[in-house]
Design a protein. Structure first.
Length: 115
């Protein structure tokens, strides 16, 4: 059932992407030289759909990196809280172990035996 819904969603998307690629096959020149407009030194020729898909992937990558950096404070706070929780958990276990040990000795004293 999960495979069916995945195919139901991905097949139309794949058809749209394929139609877009076939409709935009003409070669375009992309220039990376800001100063020379007549004969730029850094020029790349590629089909238009390749340029658009590359820019889309670059935008997704830049957005992901920006989101990762913006969440650095949240990750740092979560790490600090996790360490504090571990420290408190160990402290609680240590105190409960001490209380059980003292309680056991008190019971031994009350019963007249030594542990």
């Amino acid at each position: 059932m999960k495979l069916f819904f995945k195919l139901l969603l991905l097949l139309p998307v794949a058809a749209i992407v394929l139609a877009f690629a076939l409709a935009n096959r003409q070669t375009v020149s992309v220039s990376f030289d800001l100063l020379a407009t007549q004969s730029p030194a850094l020029t790349m020729s590629a089909p238009m759909f390749v340029v658009l898909f590359a820019m889309l992937m670059l935008g997704i990558l830049i957005g992901g990196v920006a989101a990762w950096f913006s969440q650095a404070r949240l990750r740092r706070d979560a790490r600090r809280l996790r360490h504090e929780a571990d420290r408190l958990r160990a402290q609680t276990e240590r105190r409960s172990g001490d209380a059980a040990g003292r309680g056991g000795n008190a019971l031994a004293v009350l019963s007249g035996t030594r542990a």
